[in-house]
Design a protein around this ligand. Structure first.
Ligand code: F6R
Length: 611
């Protein structure tokens, strides 16, 4: 949440910052701003998108080779020009951009007010800018020391970059809980919340850890903690291609990412399906696999779409490996005093690897002695760095705020894990193991076929674009798909939608059904098929409109439903990966027809780094 960029070097900072902010806009897009150091500091900020900021700045002085920029997702204070970052201290000497939440900002603000400080915005960030200024005037030996002293007083999370007119040749960056990456160029440094704005400049990066602080001058970087302990910078190579963060001819990132799924799932398999499809090797788990096989139980934690993938994981692991699994929202788990100990394994699922509640849950599980594994997409993010072992999904950057390819990649990893465990535990015969590997590896070609129905799905979207509500129904493995389909619709089209296990309909939701209620039923041919056919009849008997996701050639449901979206027949366990695709496309087209911003839905942001 919130995107941070910074530059220090010999080039003009402004174009680098603006381009960087556009890359990071998916992290927050209610306001944006930049500050440029040049004979003093010029600060420009504006409510709205980065494009609004650019228009606001046109014809203004954007000179300077040191600068910082921010794109905001509001926490404290409504989105407006004043609350936008960067924030200046009252004396104008310190200018700050910040991602995170200063939890004790109220108390700090009161103390500063008692010392004569006044504030123009409602933000916690302005409090921090003034706290640095206060420390500078009250005993700090330098700009760097003032930042250290201020951060020691802070409770909460931050990724921040600060500059000062007092030492105009330096940028200071610090991190606690919110990500920050430094790109190393030739005599220049690039700072950002993630690597997407950096990759076109350099592949060498340093990921800051909690309590790290970087003091950066042109051509010189010093890394230490806010407690003044020197840190050895670990330089890593980015495995990211600029092409992966462009729309590549698609109208939206979301559509591009939906269409990428045949390839992204292959990337998830890559190097892991070995010996002519006879074995799955998950290198990231090699240290823990023997213990995992013996696990008393597995807890899966995640949020949103990743939590839905976790539910699929529960079905897969219990079904194939016969290990008890519980699935928890990170936010509930962390605050509800769960029973957990060293015999337990926790799997944290997260696209971004930065979700605050998921991170807090894994820290708690580690403290309780559990072994914690990560299933993450963003390489080098916090969750993979804080877990004992894990598997990257390798789906490539997901920029659309609504998660699509990350979900199918997460499910693919969970399927592979379940199969490895099932095989090692002896619940899967070699023959069945090989059959399942084959069934899984043909999924990308099945998805290719489903994507060919895009135009047909668009026609269905036309019929339902004005709906106010929708119900999604599924059973067994397809219940999490119902939840995921409903989430996709509500988050990008703002239509109220709920997912239910189909049999639950009779226990309440059936009262909602009338001729205006679209009911999306995921009804492929599996062991619950006859039961779900009965559920469809129950909906039709109450004049509901049925849009069914069916197995190719299913004439029975075609004759009952108002519309069908077909998917090729596949093994029940992996049908999640096929049936979710038409639902993603349906949501996309409905949202577009309602003139919604598909890639940047209102109130949302990618990577929820605040709780
Ligand atoms: C929905 C969506 C969110 C995320 C959730 C967790 O489309 O994207 O629900 O799934 O915020 O994010 P990660 O997976 O980054 O932990």
């Amino acid at each position: 949440m919130c995107g941070i960029v910074g530059y220090i070097g010999n080039q003009d900072a402004y174009p680098i910052l603006i381009k960087g902010l556009k890359r990071l806009e998916y992290r927050g897009y209610d306001s944006a701003g930049v500050a440029l150091l040049k004979d003093g500091v010029n600060v420009y900020k504006k409510r709205g998108k980065v494009a609004d900021l650019e228009r606001h700045i046109a014809n203004k002085d954007v000179g300077g080779t040191i600068g910082i920029g921010h794109t905001r997702w509001a926490t404290h204070g409504e989105p407006n020009d004043t609350n936008a970052h960067p924030h200046r201290s009252m004396d104008g000497k310190f200018v700050l951009i910040h991602n995170g939440i200063i939890e004790n900002y109220g108390r700090l603000k009161k103390t500063l007010e008692e010392n004569g400080y006044t504030f123009t915005s409602e933000t916690d960030t302005e409090v921090l800018a003034n706290l640095i200024s206060y420390m500078y005037d009250h005993g700090a030996t330098s700009f760097e020391n003032a930042v250290q002293l201020a951060l020691k007083k802070v409770i909460g999370a931050y990724g921040l970059v600060v500059l000062s007119t007092e030492e105009p040749d330096v940028l200071i960056a610090a991190r606690k809980g919110s990500p920050l990456v430094i790109g190393i160029g030739k005599g220049e440094y690039f700072l950002a919340s993630d690597a997407t704005p950096i990759v076109e400049h350099t592949n060498s990066v340093i990921y800051l850890s909690d309590d790290d602080m970087a003091i950066i001058k042109k051509g010189q970087l010093t890394l230490k903690t806010i407690f003044d302990k020197t840190q050895e910078p670990v330089v890593q190579e980015l495995d990211l291609d600029v092409g992966e963060i462009d729309k590549n001819g698609f109208d939206h990132f979301m559509l591009k990412e939906i269409f990428e799924q045949p390839r992204s799932i292959l990337d998830t398999f890559r190097g892991r399906v070995a010996k002519d499809n006879k074995e799955i090797v998950l290198g990231g788990l090699y240290k823990v696999i023997d213990d995992l096989v013996q696990a008393r139980r597995i807890l899966i934690v995640g949020c949103g779409t990743s939590w839905h993938a976790g539910l699929v994981g529960e079905y897969l692991i219990e079904d194939i490996a016969r290990i008890p699994v519980e699935v928890e929202y990170g936010s509930e788990f962390r605050y509800r005093n769960p029973v957990i100990g060293k015999e337990d394994f926790v799997i944290a699922i997260s696209q971004s690897g930065e979700t605050a509640d998921t991170l807090a849950a894994i820290r708690m599980a580690k403290e309780a002695g559990a072994t914690v594994l990560g299933i993450c997409n963003v390489v080098g993010s916090s969750i993979p760095r804080e877990t004992h072992a894990g598997v990257y999904t390798h789906a490539g950057p997901e920029i659309g705020v609504a998660s699509t390819k990350a979900f199918t990649a997460q499910v693919t990893v969970l399927a592979m894990m379940a199969m490895v465990l099932g095989n090692k535990k002896g619940h899967l015969s070699t023959e069945r193991y090989n059959e399942l590997i084959n069934d899984l590896t043909v999924i990308p070609s099945k998805i290719e076929k489903i994507l060919q129905q895009n135009d047909k799905i668009k026609e269905i979207a036309k019929v339902y674009k004005d709906a106010n509500n929708a119900i999604y129904l599924g059973r067994g493995y397809l219940f999490p798909v119902a939840l995921e389909g409903a989430l996709k619709l509500k988050e990008i089209s703002y239509i109220h939608a709920e997912g239910y296990p189909a049999a639950e309909m009779k226990h309440g939701p059936i009262a909602l059904i009338d001729e205006n209620m679209p009911v999306i039923v995921i009804a492929t041919k599996d062991k619950s098929y006859d039961k779900i056919v009965s559920n469809i009849q129950e909906v039709k008997a109450r004049s509901g409109k049925v849009i069914a996701v069916v197995t190719e050639g299913d004439e029975v449901i075609r004759n009952m439903a108002d519309h069908v979206m077909e998917v090729p027949d596949s093994c029940e366990m992996f049908s999640v990966l096929t049936t979710v695709i038409p639902l993603q496309l349906l949501s996309y087209h409905i949202a577009l027809m309602r003139n919604c911003n598909v890639d940047q839905p209102r109130n949302l942001a990618k990577s929820v780094t605040v709780e």
